[in-house]
Ligand binder design. Sequence first.
Ligand SMILES: CCCCCCCCCCC/C=C/C(=O)SCCNC(=O)CCNC(=O)[C@H](O)C(C)(C)COP(=O)(O)OP(=O)(O)OC[C@H]1O[C@@H](n2cnc3c(N)ncnc32)[C@H](O)[C@@H]1OP(=O)(O)O
Length: 297
Amino acid sequence: MATLLKHSAKYALSGRLARLCVHSRHGGLQCLQPCLLPHQRSASTGSKILVEMDNSTGIAVLTMKSPPVNSLSLDFLTEFSISLEKLELDRGCRGVILTSALPKIFSAGLDIMEMCGKSPEHCGEFWKAVQEMWLRLYGSSMITIAAINGSSPAGGCLMALACDYRIMAENPKYSIGLNETQLGIVAPFWFKDTLVNTVGNRVAELSLQLGLLYSAPDALRTGLVDLLVPEDKVLSTASQTMTQWLAIPGENAIGSNPRVSSSKVDLTPKVHMVDLSHSSESMCSLNWIPWTCSNRA
Ligand SMILES: CCCCCCCCCCC/C=C/C(=O)SCCNC(=O)CCNC(=O)[C@H](O)C(C)(C)COP(=O)(O)OP(=O)(O)OC[C@H]1O[C@@H](n2cnc3c(N)ncnc32)[C@H](O)[C@@H]1OP(=O)(O)O
């Protein structure tokens, strides 16, 4: 479950992202425009991501808004990770709903233009940004729910899989899956592991070998998504579900993991990024921590 990694990734990445904010040539914090809305709501928007925070509930909605298909370019990934880190550092934020502002598309996955004709340096930077997105989402200490309101192939599916719960629009035209094999690409092992954790070995094996894209009803049948609802109910259902999840006792609950709930404990990163500038193979090594970290109190 995603919560296994939440705290380790939180502390592993904040420093790196902080440096990214300062040095990145690809957007960054300076592009986020905070503004106050009524009823304890606040919003910040960059060119590709809108973050709306409801301080009364502790729920943030992170909306991807990068036409035409929310492809995961370096700029997009950088803005995404920075937005998520800001929420992670905000102790008032306990849950994040990930959704899309684009009709019919959640995310088309990795931006194909980032993968052809680029320098090795650029490829390395891009690939690190892909890993960082996954680590930050999968390792979040917040509850994360994907409100999948459109098609979500490949890296788009990975984003959804990295969340704690997936709610999809019951539109049979929408598809989701790790279809890399159909593109002649081998899905990295951590894509595979994320899929196995969700659907089990056999379904994952078939999905990856055949590069299957599932219709929304089939995605529910295989367990790739947890719930189908009418398209206009995806976001409201995600909010209701989040409220239920947030009612579960969090990290300060009696009997919770003392490593997590004490401020004096060593939260040295257990997740290591490796330099992938010259590799499209194994991306990161993960040392699983022996306790499940619970959600925020
Ligand atoms: C550099 C690093 C080195 C490492 C190399 C190793 C690589 C290992 C990678 C392993 C993991 C890979 C993960 C991935 O995510 S790969 C990307 C896979 N994505 C797809 O296959 C999606 C392809 N797109 C679609 O299926 C459809 O476009 C979609 C269903 C999303 C929408 O369909 P629709 O009919 O509504 O829209 P169009 O097809 O007409 O597309 C509209 C425009 O959007 C452009 N587009 C689509 N997808 C992408 C994309 N992934 N990246 C960039 N651009 C994309 C499409 O070209 C259209 O553009 P134009 O209007 O200009 O024609």
